[in-house]
Design a protein around this ligand. Structure first.
Ligand SMILES: Cc1ncc(COP(=O)(O)O)c(C=O)c1O
Length: 416
């Protein structure tokens, strides 16, 4: 980004003018309310959004760093964690905390696993994390920051992690094995039990990345979706990341990180006392935490309750099935067997990048997967009413791509 300088205005600007400018700045943003965003948004209805906003504003100024000062936030956090642990079958010794997002949850799980392995003193070389090709880059980011390396294993033909490949990649330097529930690229659930067994047999920390699935898969299972156990019900699972700001429908800045036992949980905390201002202790990477995000998560979970989550999940699953059937009806091929809210599909006959470019020209922001190439959708209730429009535009884009043979002068890179 250019190092442009903007001098702070001498005089302040009144709110009405700022509001006008704020609105104008967003005019060309993706029209997410009408389902044009393939990711980034998790909408469960205006009523849910309203609850999240009101709760957020009520605790806008409060700080989750100061739980000593804000017993309110301590209560909200401990209740959110308790509800999450109940959903994910945490045992009596299981613990957890709220973080600001999936990346922070993953970072802290990696840090805890690294520290446990270091304390056990089994390593000879650089510590590593073994994970499938489809796992989220947050693990590589954490590894990069924490002095580890990642070893990525190939996917099975169904795009799920291959437990044998993972088991074969584990060495005495492996501090963590990862499985995703589901993985972001194809929305498929990894074979958690087989991977957990492989990890347990080798005495390695097993993390389940349920950032996407943590607050939707339990409800999908209750609704009868054939999803295998993926949480602490599976022996060998040490930690789970589950994002509240995705399918928990909370305000952004909210995730949970859970541990099977108190000793593992201790690895997420940090304490320091060698300075004048007294003991500093956090369970998170960040210090100051938005009180609003904690309060909003608590409020939304209680507003929806089990019935609300089941209701929204039913609609999300139906929406994914409708998109899946619709794209297959047009000759596209679903990549893998998605079980929740994510759908990736390729074309056996046409240039999917050209189809994507034609969709962009029709006003849809597109998400992409690589190898094989496909379009990617992370669905929520904004996508429910526009399925007909989406499929009509996809059919027209397919025809356009067939006409131009993909030679429409564009280039499209798969970006997150
Ligand atoms: C499977 C998975 N893990 C982790 C993350 C990272 O979450 P965040 O963007 O909240 O840091 C994502 C984000 O989409 C994800 O899909």
């Amino acid at each position: 980004m250019a190092a442009e300088r903007i001098a702070l205005a001498k005089a302040g600007t009144p709110w009405p003018e700022l509001e006008r400018q704020l609105k104008a700045a967003g005019e060309h943003d993706v029209a997410w309310r009408t389902g044009r965003a393939p990711a980034f948004i998790h909408f469960a209805g205006d009523d849910v959004l309203d609850v999240a906003k009101r709760a957020y504003l009520m605790y806008f100024s409060e700080n989750g760093l100061g739980l000593r000062a804000f017993g309110s936030l301590a209560k909200f956090e401990s209740e959110v964690v308790a509800m999450g642990l109940a959903l994910l079958h945490g045992g009596a010794d299981a613990r957890g905390a709220m973080t600001t997002g999936g990346t922070e949850s993953i970072f802290l799980a990696v840090k805890a696993a690294r520290d446990r392995a270091a304390a056990a003193g089994r390593r000879s070389g650089q510590p590593n994390i073994v994970l499938a090709l489809s796992a989220h880059p947050a693990f590589d980011k954490a590894a990069h920051f924490l002095g580890l390396k990642t070893v990525r294993t190939p996917l099975a033909a169904d795009f799920r992690a291959d437990p044998q490949a993972i088991a074969a990649a584990v060495t005495p330097d492996t501090v963590m094995v990862v499985a995703s529930a589901p993985a972001y690229p194809h929305g498929v659930m990894d074979p958690i039990a087989a991977i957990a067994t492989a990890a347990a047999e080798r005495g390695v920390w097993m993390h389940v990345d349920a950032c996407v699935g943590g607050y939707i898969a339990p409800f999908a299972r209750k609704l009868g979706a054939p999803i295998e156990p993926f949480d602490f019900a599976v022996p060998g699972v040490t930690s789970i990341s589950a994002d509240l700001h995705k399918y928990g429908y909370a305000a952004k800045g909210a995730s949970t990180l859970f541990f099977a036992d108190a000793a593992s949980f201790a690895g997420m905390s940090y304490s320091f006392d060698n300075w004048p201002r007294g003991q500093y202790m956090t369970n998170t990477l960040v210090g100051t935490r938005a009180g609003g995000a904690i309060a909003a998560a608590w409020a939304v979970m209680n507003y929806l309750g089990e019935e609300g989550y089941l209701r929204v999940t039913r609609r999300v699953l139906d929406t994914r099935e409708a998109y899946e059937q619709g794209v297959e009806g047009l000759g596209f091929r679903t990549l893998g067997r998605p079980e929740l809210s994510i759908l990736a599909f390729g074309s056996p006959s046409h240039d999917i990048a050209a189809i994507g470019r034609a969709m962009v020209r029709r006003g849809w922001l597109t998400g992409h997967v690589k190898n094989p190439p496909g379009l990617h959708l992370m669905l929520n209730l904004t996508h429910e009413p526009v399925i007909g429009e989406y499929l009509a535009d996809l059919a027209a884009s397919l025809q356009e791509a067939a006409r131009t043979g993909g030679d429409d002068g564009g280039a499209l890179k798969a970006v997150y």
